[in-house]
Design a binder for this molecule. Structure first.
Ligand SMILES: [Zn+2]
Length: 181
């Protein structure tokens, strides 16, 4: 259930049969989350929230509703941009270097730029749309090379280097960016 609160914005309330107490936390998108025992009434949920405002303000980095909305809008635009670009770029490099992958998935993990599953699914982070093209291409080449090497062995890096001779520099520069929105 989502509770709309004037101060904290959208509060995600989880009624869990396992919860014995009320617990507050914050989601990756900056929303306040409350986990409460299953039988807690909505009235009590609101009362707990009101009683704990000071504590939440002090301890929990909840972003305000405006920040949440801005982040949602940003993510929507980025997803659209990524959808129109990343699968095609991946296909381009796969064809160019003779790789076959199963499918391309878009992700928005907070810490990973991309991944490659043993079944051949390549995931690319929508946040790649915010980094320079050469770094974006490096990630794509990195994930394609995982189709042949599911590790970070010397043979893997040799294959990356083959397609991106400046990969070391690109890898280092990428560390200055974060995939989180
Ligand atoms: Zn890797």
């Amino acid at each position: 259930m989502i509770l709309k609160d004037a101060e904290f914005g959208e509060v995600v309330v989880r009624k869990s049969p396992l919860a014995k107490y009320v617990r507050f936390s914050v989601s990756t998108s900056g929303r306040l989350q409350m986990s409460v025992p299953k039988q807690t009434s909505d009235f009590l949920v609101k009362r707990f929230l009101n009683k704990n405002r000071d504590l939440i303000r002090e301890k929990i980095p909840v972003s305000n509703p405006k920040t949440q909305r801005a982040r949602d809008a940003k993510k929507k635009i980025l997803t659209k941009k990524a959808r129109d670009y990343l699968p095609y770029r991946l296909e381009y490099y796969a064809k160019l270097y003779g790789y076959t992958y199963e499918k391309c998935r878009l992700s928005h993990a907070a810490t990973r730029w991309g991944s490659c599953s043993s079944l051949g699914t390549i995931s690319l982070n929508i946040g790649l749309m915010n980094v320079p093209e050469v770094l974006r291409d490096y990630v794509i080449i990195h994930e394609l090379a995982h189709l042949n090497h599911m590790d970070h062995s010397a043979a893997f890096w040799a294959e990356v280097e083959n397609h991106d001779p400046k990969y070391k520099e690109h890898r280092k520069k990428l560390k200055a960016f974060s995939p989180g929105i």
